[in-house]
Design a protein around this ligand. Structure first.
Ligand SMILES: C[S@@+](CC[C@H](N)C(=O)[O-])C[C@H]1O[C@@H](n2cnc3c(N)ncnc32)[C@H](O)[C@@H]1O
Length: 472
């Protein structure tokens, strides 16, 4: 049954109406940025006739160009006021004029990851302090932003991360692909999964065998956080992966799909509290009734095509350099042992560019729990520096200072004396002066980078430090 619409008022002006795609193009945003503005009541919803509506039928949603223009104009003004206290150099580091699609360009948006930095920040410093052919090291490489950006700029890179899933994402971004073959594999496994879903769940086929019978898992998490149909489809896709060459790429597509198909409330995307199984009143969508996701197919199709496009785009930009992702603890990593024989000695290490975890802030394993459960990946929470579970108390801070300084000291002991160190951190607790002292590094300059209030949920001025240090 079609959703019931409520007309709030008749059209009042001949203002230009735009689809989300048109609006995204004109204002250099993504369609989801525009939907965000609608969902948070920053702009109105219209139908194709220009009537304000609460809920749109398929294909009829329009937004007003004038409303959007006014929103973005006043946003700039609000932003300018907030940023007035910063110097012009700091302002440059806010990258306010960089459109969303550039911030999330090509493989940078291959998989969600809480806590990544924007590629423009990496580019800014690498282009000024590193030369082509040198090596940049990121001892907390996460989803691989530094390494991807370095590849675009002709700089070799080495990244280290304690979380195996993070290294999987980074490796998938940096891998070299036979593009045509990759395209065929991604679409083939997607089509087979769509076929499975149609055979088993549409009731249009008389099953000869129960194809879904052996698609079961003992993971309590997966059984709890996914609808029955979604889980069968996920397990079917996963079972097919070993038949293909680009298995890690397929895992990333499946993981991205699974993440967005969890049984979660729309208003709890970042920190789901409990699984939702019935339709519910959605605070994010103005009290609309939202229904939990039952099948992965629409998202699987979207992410498969999106992934192919992003990989192809990056393949055209990357230079012929080496990049290595090491799964390990940066406090003790040994480049001689972890890199191909002779590679470290044959290359000039220019320095470090990294954003370490902060104390008690983000759980880097738990945020991807679905992937750990699905692929049976081993977790190494205990070795995570600044682990969220340990909180922000005195002991946690001390362990954090010890952990980060040990990492920097380990880098200092293996990198040349003239190496540069860039550390991006929102050092609210002023822990970094002690960290640098312990690591025997001297801070040459601390940039204060304003961070754009992208969601508008947090109105406080917010900035982060980019510390530039050299061996003391
Ligand atoms: C702020 S994130 C880095 C994000 C990255 N800049 C990006 O754009 O994706 C910090 C990372 O440090 C990793 N980490 C925490 N403890 C570590 C350790 N002992 N050794 C290596 N990596 C560690 C976490 O797993 C996390 O991925």
């Amino acid at each position: 049954m079609a959703a019931k619409r409520k007309h709030i008022e008749e059209p009042t002006s001949s203002d230009e109406l735009l689809t989300l795609q048109q609006a995204a193009k004109i204002f250099e945003k993504t369609p989801s940025n525009i939907s965000y503005l609608i969902n948070y009541d920053r702009i109105n919803r219209y139908d194709t006739e220009g009537r304000r509506i609460e809920k749109a039928r398929n294909g009829e949603l329009r937004v007003s160009r004038a409303e959007l223009a006014q929103y973005f104009e006043t946003l700039d003004e609000r932003m300018r006021k907030r940023m007035e206290q910063h110097s012009s150099l700091d302002m440059e580091l806010a990258f306010l004029d960089v459109p969303e699609r550039e911030r999330t360009k090509h493989v940078h948006r291959l998989h969600p990851y809480l806590g990544k930095f924007i590629p423009q920040l990496v580019e800014y410093f690498l282009s000024r302090y590193f030369k082509q052919g040198e090596v940049v090291v990121d001892p907390f490489c996460g989803s691989g932003t530094t390494l991807v950006q370095a590849a675009e700029m002709g700089i070799n890179s080495v990244g280290i991360d304690i979380s195996e899933f993070n290294t999987l994402i980074a490796n998938v971004k940096l891998a070299h692909y036979d593009l045509e073959f990759m395209r065929r594999e991604v679409t083939d496994i997607m089509r087979r999964t769509v076929g499975f879903s149609e055979r088993v769940f549409t009731g249009r086929f008389v099953p000869l065998v129960d194809e879904a019978a052996d698609l079961v898992t003992t993971s309590e998490y997966l059984n709890t956080w996914f609808a029955k149909q979604s889980l069968k489809e996920i397990l079917y896709y996963e079972k097919l992966i070993p038949e293909y060459t680009y298995q890690d790429l397929l895992k990333v597509i499946l993981s991205r799909t699974a993440r967005s198909c969890r049984l979660i409330y729309h208003y709890e995307l970042a920190t789901p509290s409990k699984p939702v199984t019935e339709p519910y009143v959605c605070y994010k969508h103005k009290g609309r009734i939202c229904t939990p996701i039952r099948t992965i197919i629409p998202r699987l199709k979207f992410y498969s095509i999106d992934t192919i496009r992003r990989i192809v785009e990056f393949s055209k930009l990357r230079k012929d350099i080496d990049s290595f992702v090491i799964e390990g603890d940066s406090q003790t990593v040994d480049f001689e042992k972890s890199l191909p024989t002779g590679w470290a000695a044959a290359h000039k290490f220019g320095g470090v560019f990294s954003s370490p975890p902060y104390v008690g802030q983000i759980d880097y394993h738990e945020q991807h729990r679905y992937a750990y459960e699905l692929f049976g990946i081993k977790r190494r929470d205990e070795q995570e520096i600044g682990r969220k579970k340990k909180g922000k108390g005195g002991k946690a801070r001390k362990d954090y200072v010890d952990g980060i300084s040990k990492v920097l000291l380990n880098m200092r002991n293996q990198l040349p004396k003239d190496a540069v160190y860039f550390i991006v951190a929102n050092d609210k607790l002023s822990l970094y002066p002690e960290i640098f002292e312990k690591a025997e590094l001297k801070v040459e300059k601390a940039f204060n980078r304003p961070v754009e209030d992208r969601t508008e949920r947090d109105k406080r001025p917010y900035s982060e430090n980019v510390f530039f240090a050299k061996p003391a």
